[in-house]
Design a protein. Structure first.
Length: 400
């Protein structure tokens, strides 16, 4: 029975993908017009960093209630040749602190992070979330060894919680203590945290070593529930390499890379290397799944999602770091409407587009991992007709 359910989900997803292609084609041929949000890159945001700082792989972004933009990056990923200030006592350059806060104009107004007393800083930072109370949550996916299924055992079996100015509040889990996807004391390579203001619960995409979504009380940090793909009990048995022609895999792949909750109380989870998004009720009941760029291998196509800022959250913005673009989806149908971006290093292009967040004005912020090592801002330009599926780099339109 499960095989038929999964196969049915695949057919639905395939129908959606074909449907959006036909809609876009009909729009370009004078048929019904598909409408979607439009964006232009702001090549002057952020402003140059102070203190001759450099940032490394930038693997998390979050927006707080003041529209301040927070990032976390991996300083140790910066090439040694870029840090002459440390090596040769030169004026430039130096590693920036791991956590950086920007104001709306792109000025650095806060910074902190790194090892300290009372907590275990991640060996490899991953994901940042500023919750509705202004507290900052961090995950990590650092490894310290090998096992048959995963290239790393993931030393980072912990999540950290701080105040906005970097004072330590609490920690879930301890390094190298995970006992797998049914361990309620530790995580294993947590990728992203979302704190639900309605329930004060912290949802964790867990992650790089485990195969689950796990929920904690955001104050006591005690576990409340967890689940795997299709709302089932997670299983750490090897699942082999992803094959897009196979039936849907019954477990999440690694990494379970994102979690976000919509205004109508649906939980969205990025199953990245399976090229799919699964949707649940907050109790773990499975609702639906959708595939995107299903033939994508490697790092997969579904990296992280954010919602548009209209009251209904009509659109989903989803990063695809393997195909180097941001997908714009209709949230109700989950149809892919259009994309922007392309591979490259100039403004509006991407190299490992990773995380995404939206401010109160509808502007998008993306970060880039690997050697991308930056944050970009894309200015919201309203809703307009879709004339082609892939828009390419969101370069400002020349006027006059």
């Amino acid at each position: 029975m499960k095989r038929y359910l999964y196969a049915g989900a695949t057919l639905v997803s395939l129908g959606i993908l074909l449907g959006v292609e036909s809609k876009v084609q009909s729009a370009t041929n004078g048929g019904p017009t598909v409408m979607a949000p439009r964006f232009e890159v702001d090549p002057f945001w952020p402003k140059p960093l102070p203190n001759h700082w450099r940032i490394g792989m930038t693997i998390g972004v979050s927006i707080d209630s003041q529209d301040h933009v927070w990032i976390v990056h991996r300083g140790k990923s910066i090439l040694a040749g870029e840090l002459h200030g440390d090596a040769n006592q030169a004026e430039c350059c130096f590693k920036a602190p791991p956590v950086i806060e920007f104001d709306k104009d792109g000025n650095v107004i806060g910074h902190w992070g790194g090892p300290g007393q009372g907590y275990d800083w991640p060996a490899n930072e991953h994901g940042i979330t500023v919750d509705y109370k202004g507290n900052v949550w961090l995950g990590g996916n650092g490894g310290a060894g090998t096992d048959p299924e995963h290239p790393q055992t993931f030393r980072d079996n912990q999540i950290l919680k701080f105040t906005g100015d970097g004072k330590f509040i609490g920690q879930i889990g301890k390094p190298e203590q995970s006992k797998g996807s049914n361990d309620t004391e530790n995580v294993k390579g947590a990728a992203q945290i979302f704190v639900d203001p309605k329930t004060n619960e912290a949802y964790v995409a867990d992650g790089y070593g485990n195969h689950r979504l796990i929920v904690f009380d955001a104050d006591t940090l005690k576990v409340k529930r967890y689940w795997g793909a299709y709302g089932k009990k997670p299983d750490d048995a090897p699942i082999g390499k992803y094959n897009p022609d196979d039936p849907p895999r019954p477990q999440f792949a690694n990494p379970v890379h994102c979690v976000n909750i919509s205004v109508d109380n649906l939980v969205y989870v990025c199953d990245r290397e399976n090229d799919r998004v699964q949707v649940f009720h907050p109790d773990g009941t499975f609702v639906k799944e959708y595939y995107y760029a299903k033939k994508t291998l490697g790092s997969g196509s579904t990296w992280e999602i954010a919602f548009s800022k209209d009251p209904q959250q009509k659109y989903i913005y989803m990063t695809d770091g393997e195909n180097e673009k941001v997908n714009i989806l209709d949230r109700q149908s989950m149809e892919l409407l259009t994309t922007f971006g392309d591979g490259g290093r100039v403004a509006g292009e991407f190299y490992g587009v990773h995380s995404i967040a939206v401010d109160s004005k509808g502007n998008i912020y993306t970060t880039e991992t690997y050697q991308g090592m930056r944050i970009q801002k894309f200015i919201y330009k309203g809703i307009g007709p879709v004339t082609k599926k892939d828009q390419g780099p969101a370069w400002p339109v020349k006027k006059g």
